[in-house]
Write a protein that binds this ligand. Structure first.
Ligand code: PMP
Length: 350
């Protein structure tokens, strides 16, 4: 007999990260194209001299800054090792084995994984014909065993966003014992005023939480820090399943420095959003069908040709993210990198 892991992990797919290829333009992970601001790099370097010490396990200073920023009590904040960790903690905190997590599909790839790791049951609800969340169908999918619903807004990878009235109607109808987690990893790129800030709903309702990250707009993907804003009962439970010290000292310091420089970072997001509109318009001119995006990426619903497009881009030294049989997600980057992508897209045989 040999040692064996849990048998149910056999069916668990490994998380597939966006690929990095030497010397290629990386448009595969929705990262910020700019490196850290000088003030942020300086804060990280200064904090490096203390790494013989454990970080603050309670993430005290950053939690308080975030509470001030969102104008809610600090008890309603939980900071995690990236928002993907908080997704996992949420499922662990909400679901006993076999209880259900509802989410749209296709959506963020970690939802199925974190659900399965917690031995909870996945309920995938197809996106509608416009590649947006079908909130009526998601509502219909809720059963007495449902504990958690993820709504990714804007949705990764399609970029589509749910609007205020539609979301409010959905939340009105969701049973009050079901937690709705609004995953707003891309919130800072939203330009449509009809797309709500999920914090509005956290303030009004007892069963809504918002997930945010420093990985995209704040440019700290490599340091791993995200946060959850929600009812105190939920943030307390999420903290109980936190892996001790998993928000490291450099991440805490860097996130605080980013909050000090927030205006500058948000100005970068405005530029990225403008580039997104330009990239989408040019792709549409080239004959691609691109759903409107509110994030820092666009979605090319190429179906069976997704991998072919990926290979074509790779031959042009550009790495995009292909989802076999479905489509391709392309991160919006600097004007120069976007131009190179558009040139390559123009030569894809169609
Ligand atoms: N939610 C969504 C929708 C995402 O796309 C991502 C990153 N790809 C995350 C959460 C996780 O981000 P992080 O763990 O880097 O905070």
């Amino acid at each position: 007999m040999s040692v064996q892991p849990r048998v149910d992990l056999d069916t668990l797919p490994s998380y597939v990260a966006g690929r990095t290829v030497p010397d290629a333009i990386k448009l595969s992970s929705n990262e910020s194209p700019g490196g850290p601001l000088p003030s942020v790099a300086k804060a990280i370097a200064a904090a490096a001299s203390d790494v013989n010490r454990y970080p603050d396990n309670a993430v005290t200073q950053l939690s308080q800054r975030l509470a001030d920023k969102v104008r809610l009590p600090v008890e309603q904040i939980a900071v995690g090792c990236g928002s993907v960790s908080l997704c996992q903690q949420l499922v662990q905190a909400m679901c006993a084995p076999g209880e259900e997590v509802v989410f749209a599909w296709r959506s963020f790839e970690a939802y199925p994984t974190v659900t399965q790791v917690a031995a909870a049951a996945q309920v995938r609800v197809p996106l509608d014909a416009t590649l947006s969340h079908d909130l009526d169908a998601m509502l219909a999918a809720i059963t007495p065993r449902t504990r958690l619903v993820f709504v990714c807004n804007p949705n990764n990878p399609t970029g589509t966003a749910v609007r205020r009235d539609t979301l409010a109607r959905f939340l009105d109808a969701v049973p009050s014992n079901v937690l709705v987690a609004l995953d707003e990893a891309y919130r800072e790129y939203v330009t449509d005023p009809g797309v709500p800030d999920g914090l509005e709903f956290v303030r009004e309702r007892g069963n809504v939480a918002v997930l945010r990250t420093f990985s995209k707009a704040y440019g700290l993907a490599g340091l791993r820090v995200g946060y959850l804003v929600g009812p105190e009962e939920i943030t307390s439970a999420v903290k109980k399943v936190y892996v001790p010290f998993s928000v490291n000292a450099l991440a805490q310091t860097a996130a605080l420095a980013c909050l000090d420089a927030e205006d500058e970072l948000l100005a970068r997001c405005t530029q990225t959003a403008a580039e997104r509109e330009r990239v989408r318009a040019q792709l549409c001119d080239l004959g691609y069908e691109i759903p409107e995006s509110q994030a820092n990426f666009v979605w090319l619903p190429l179906g069976e040709r997704a991998l072919e497009f990926f290979d074509h881009m790779l031959a042009n030294k550009i790495v995009v993210r292909a989802f076999q049989g479905d489509g391709v997600r392309v991160t919006v980057s600097s004007p120069d990198e976007n131009d190179q992508f558009l040139m390559a897209a123009a030569t894809f045989p169609r």
